[in-house]
Write a protein that binds this ligand. Structure first.
Ligand SMILES: [Zn+2]
Length: 210
């Protein structure tokens, strides 16, 4: 969710120490499906905040890890306008330039819809537009295939998973807690949430416990 830059650095150090390679979701998927074997963790950031570019990117580079950044396509260079009604403080999102640089370094850009919507509350036509058009916007911007998707608020139904598959993505993440396994639906992958108050011990447990 939100972690202090020092905590993030320490967490990446722990991954390294545990012999776990931090990877973007697209690079981690062969390990999830069982096509490849090894100790890896997919590192994902939701909402494409500028502070991830400023604080996390240098640390990822230092450790030789890659990560996935899930972008709200209509807020490139904008901010978390979807959060404002909830009283969440405004925060800047990465610009097109930031995203191009992120991508050029080998990190992944995934889609988090056009407007950070609650997909199950939308008509199927609008849900399809949010899922599919956001992919087009990002692919046009970056000139690379966008294969990963993240459901805003973890809000999804089987219909949304199907729309994500039909839009051409290869994987989608939810906010269900847990480790991804070969038998999981690639369009409903669980994740471990790393929180502000997690100690290093919490973090290590999330990395190594089944
Ligand atoms: Zn989000």
């Amino acid at each position: 969710m939100v972690v202090h830059p020092d905590a993030f650095r320490s967490q990446m150090k722990w991954l390294k120490r545990l012999g776990i390679q931090g990877l973007s979701l697209r690079e981690a998927m062969p390990f999830v499906t069982g096509a490849k074997a090894g100790k890896v963790a997919a590192i994902t950031f939701d909402d494409s905040y500028l502070n991830v570019y400023e604080n996390a990117l240098p640390v990822l580079q230092e450790f030789g890890f890659t990560a996935t950044n899930f972008v709200v396509a209509n807020q490139i260079g904008g901010s978390n306008v979807w959060d404002l009604p909830l009283g969440v403080a405004p925060a800047a999102c990465m610009s097109a330039e930031h995203l191009r640089h992120w991508s050029s370094l080998g990190h992944e850009v995934g889609s988090h819809t056009l407007d950070h919507v609650h997909l199950p509350q939308l008509s199927q036509t609008e849900a399809r537009r949010q899922i599919s058009d956001s992919r087009g916007v990002l692919e046009d911007l970056l000139g690379v295939e966008v294969s990963s998707f993240c459901f805003p608020y973890g809000d999804e139904t089987q219909v949304d998973r199907k729309l994500t598959y039909e839009a051409g993505y290869s994987a989608a993440t939810t906010t269900q807690r847990g480790r991804a396994r070969p038998q999981d639906d690639p369009f409903g992958l669980p994740r471990a949430t790393v929180r502000r108050n997690d100690t290093w011990l919490h973090f290590v447990r999330k990395c190594v416990s089944g």
